[in-house]
Design a protein around this ligand. Structure first.
Ligand code: BGC
Length: 807
């Protein structure tokens, strides 16, 4: 590449880290423009840096689309593509070259604080929807960024934790979603995750970033770090990690130059990475002549509403919905007035377009009596509850808005339990007793326990529905159209049923994925465990009948299934049909069934249509970890067509000729899973002992340890640790209030992130040599610490534009 030849080694290295939080570096003399990146993916978050703000909520006004937890419930790639295309228009309007999304991580455990940003517990569904969104987002030539690659399934200690996963599970579950997103979506960029995978940081992993991503999946774009995720820059160059974000004042530049000069790092590795930064700039930077192209905000708001309407999941309906406008309605729950409609953290959108349930009723001229019912933070308030109960008794029907308050879920921390706040639960119990015609409108980014479900006749799950939440809810409730979303994840009855529930969040340093392939319905269905609402479940005001399943093969396992689907009810509506394959081969351990296809089919009342879904090698294959390749096992495979994973309508079986793998010597748990597996069980799957993970102590501290660890033995670090709340509050402009999820995220990061990350993100305030000095102090090496601290900051090409990262 010609431009590369115009750069010195120093400049090439400098090009491989960001200029600041959101821009790559420009080198005008070589004709290299900078590229502007911004957060997403449910809308643009263009941080207001001009005001010197580091407040997550201080960003340019933008449309807030529903979060992935809801749009995934549409099971509709066409809708996801349209949402992506709307983002592409907004990017063009704002001069954004790269949107940091979609998030493709698997929902391993319902408590993960960031589940709202992810699509599903199933990789096929997550990957297919992500690919569609990417194609839309890149439709104007700019770039999407698939994140967080990979195995980032908890927020606790996300910057240091080690995901201990066996190879087969990685391939079939955690990498499979990315594989589909990359192969079918062709994103121009990928973001590596913060965590380690089996001991190796994602940013250092050649296996992940080159062998799998590029060589096997054919990815030809750029890989960037998550913000502050760079671990070992030399290893990362070799691994194929191109761009360090947000850039760390050139922290690594001098040592990398020295490494190349000493022959320890091949210049070709630097060239490869710099070349990919150049290519991104060449393809996605805006020309000087660029002028904002305004988009139609009204149309995007309407799209946000439509996406929510087509994704909301009617979980239960015993004759209450749709409501007639003739009925008198009590609207209860503060969420009806100030809705929960988006998550917190880096995907927080600053919108002025929110329409609440009350607003939407008002606009339609539907009268109602409103009662808040619980305290704003979700606490039980006896007076508010009593008032609401009285109101409920006086009306024909109740719309009851409840769920998870903002403080309970967000980026950077996991939920402590699956319970809803007491104020919401007690309100439901009280109101339902007074009025059986109660419709629960559920808002929140993840499954909750619903001990009250048997008493309630109707539940509409809105998840985090974006700025059109009220219009979407009201239109569905009053039957302007019928709901058609289905769950992209299981709602277990209780948290204790979650197969990785017992260990999750306990030893957060090491996340042991002992349940293997048994994530979500793969576990519940194999273990025949009752669930509150199964994967793929969702009701409609109309009904669908399935008939005449037919399977045909063209070559080997490639072929198709077809059947007829009829709308037998009186409403026009859409059904989401699901294809599951249930192997019975007797070789490798397999979940009872796995999703291998789906389609959302719209049918007018009375209409019938033939539906076909493809079958491929991967519909049947499993990953042979010994052979390190996908194989097709010989045997019988049941083909199941369902309306959910627990509502199978059509079935047949096929026999396929393939290979006969050696039967694994596994603990019995994996053939008959029930409850949580033990460490010993897992080691039979992992093939070796889980590495020891002794707590850090004085004398052994490194850059990988956190203030929370160092403060245990270092007085200086203890003082800093105690000041962290004040420091973070000052730097962020947020009140030091842990109930604010954005503050929670930042303080959690300051306390528990490896000091390496803090130093990279706050390179100006806490450069690496100061951090190393602190660590020496904590290790009792006072003089070394002083020497380190007095070291001059390395001068480097990276210091031309510098600002500290806000997150
Ligand atoms: C998050 C990313 C986000 C980035 C930039 C990180 O902390 O994990 O998802 O895109 O910050 O805000």
């Amino acid at each position: 590449m010609q431009a590369l030849e115009k750069l010195s080694l120093k400049e090439k290295i400098a090009l491989c880290s960001g200029a600041d939080n959101w821009n790559t570096k420009a080198f005008p003399k070589a004709g290299i423009p900078s590229v502007f990146l911004c957060d997403g993916p449910h809308g643009l978050r263009i941080e207001n840096v001009r005001a010197g703000s580091v407040n997550l909520k201080d960003s340019a006004e933008a449309v807030c689309f529903p979060a992935a937890c809801l749009t995934a419930s549409s099971w509709d790639p066409a809708l996801l593509r349209t949402l992506g295309a709307a983002i592409a228009e907004e990017m063009e309007a704002e001069g954004v070259s790269v949107i940091l999304g979609p998030g493709v991580n698997i929902k391993r455990n319902p408590l993960c604080g960031r589940n709202f940003e992810y699509f599903s517990e199933d990789p096929y569904l997550a990957g297919t929807l992500a690919a569609a969104w990417i194609r839309g987002a890149q439709s104007k030539g700019k770039a999407a960024c698939v994140k967080h690659f990979a195995a980032n399934n908890q927020e606790a200690l996300r910057m240091a934790s080690d995901s201990i996963v066996d190879l087969r599970t990685l391939r079939e579950i955690y990498l499979a979603a990315f594989e589909l997103a990359v192969k079918a979506g062709k994103p121009k960029t990928v973001m590596c995750s913060y965590n380690r995978i089996n001991g190796v940081y994602s940013s250092d992993s050649r296996w992940l970033l080159t062998e799998i991503l590029r060589e096997e999946w054919g990815f030809s774009g750029l890989v960037m770090t998550d913000w502050g995720a760079m671990n070992d820059r030399a290893a990362a160059f070799d691994a194929g990690l191109d761009l360090e974000m947000p850039g760390s004042c050139g922290t690594f530049d001098r040592t990398m130059e020295e490494a190349v000069c000493a022959g320890a790092l091949p210049e070709s590795a630097v060239d490869r990475c710099a070349g990919r930064v150049l290519e991104l700039a060449a393809r996605c930077a805006y020309p000087e002549s660029w002028r904002p192209k305004p988009y139609d905000r009204k149309a995007h708001h309407a799209l946000a509403v439509r996406a929510a309407q087509e994704s909301a999941v009617l979980l239960k309906n015993e004759g209450v919905l749709p409501l007639s406008r003739e009925k008198t309605v009590a609207v209860i729950g503060a969420f009806a007035e100030t809705p929960r409609y988006q998550g917190a953290g880096s995907s927080y959108i600053n919108t002025t377009g929110v329409v609440s349930v009350l607003d939407a009723l008002h606009t339609r001229g539907i009268s109602y009596a409103y009662f808040a019912g619980y305290a704003p933070d979700g606490r039980f308030d006896p007076d508010l509850c009593a008032e609401a109960a009285q109101g409920a008794a006086q009306c024909d029907a109740v719309l009851l808005a409840v769920g998870l308050p903002e403080a309970m879920e967000g980026e950077g921390f996991d939920r402590k339990s699956m319970e809803m706040p007491q104020g919401h639960v007690r309100l439901i119990e009280t109101v339902v007793e007074k009025n059986p015609n109660t419709v629960v409108l559920l808002m929140g980014g993840a499954p909750v326990e619903m001990p009250w479900e048997p008493e309630v006749r109707s539940i509409l799950n809105l998840y985090l529905a974006g700025e059109g939440v009220g219009e979407a809810a009201v239109s569905l409730v009053f039957g302007e159209q019928t709901p058609s979303g289905k769950l992209a994840e299981t709602y277990p009855i209780r948290y204790a049923d979650v197969p990785c529930g017992a260990d999750y969040g306990k030893d957060v340093h090491q996340a042991v994925y002992a349940e293997g392939l048994y994530v979500g319905y793969r576990y519940y269905d194999t273990a025949h465990l009752a669930v509150r609402f199964p994967f793929g479940h969702g009701l409609s005001y109309t009904q669908f009948a399935y008939r005449d399943l037919h399977v045909s093969f063209t070559e080997g396992p490639n072929g198709q299934v077809s059947f007829f689907l009829k709308n037998t009810g009186t409403w026009d509506g859409a059904e989401i049909v699901q294809l599951y394959v249930a192997p019975d081969c007797g070789g490798a351990y397999r979940p009872e069934k796995e999703l291998r296809g789906f389609r959302k089919v719209f049918l007018k009342a009375g209409e019938e249509q033939e539906v076909s879904l493809p079958l491929t090698f991967r519909s049947f294959a499993c990953f042979d970890a010994q052979e390190n390749r996908w194989i097709l096992e010989s045997g019988t495979y049941r083909i199941l067509i369902g309306a959910s994973s627990r509502d199978i309508r059509l079935r047949t079986a096929v026999v396929l000729e393939g290979e006969t793998p050696k039967r694994e010597t596994l603990s019995d748990w994996y053939r008959h899973p029930s409850g949580s597996p033990s460490r010993k069980d897992f080691e039979t799957l992992y093939g070796k002992p889980v590495p020891a993970d002794p707590p850090a102590q004085k004398g052994t501290y490194t850059l990988q340890n956190s203030f929370a660890e160092l403060q245990k033995t270092s007085r200086l670090c203890r003082i800093i640790y105690r000041l962290l709340e004040t420091l973070v509050s000052k730097a962020s402009g947020l009140r030091a209030d842990r109930r604010d999820p954005n503050f929670s995220m930042m303080i959690e990061m300051a306390e528990n992130s490896p000091l390496r990350v803090i130093s990279l993100m706050q390179a100006r305030r806490l450069p690496m040599h100061l951090t190393e000095g602190l660590i020496c102090f904590a290790n009792g090496q006072v003089w070394r610490g002083i020497r380190k601290m007095l070291e001059r900051r390395p001068k480097s090409g990276g210091e031309n534009h510098v600002s500290d990262h806000s997150v």
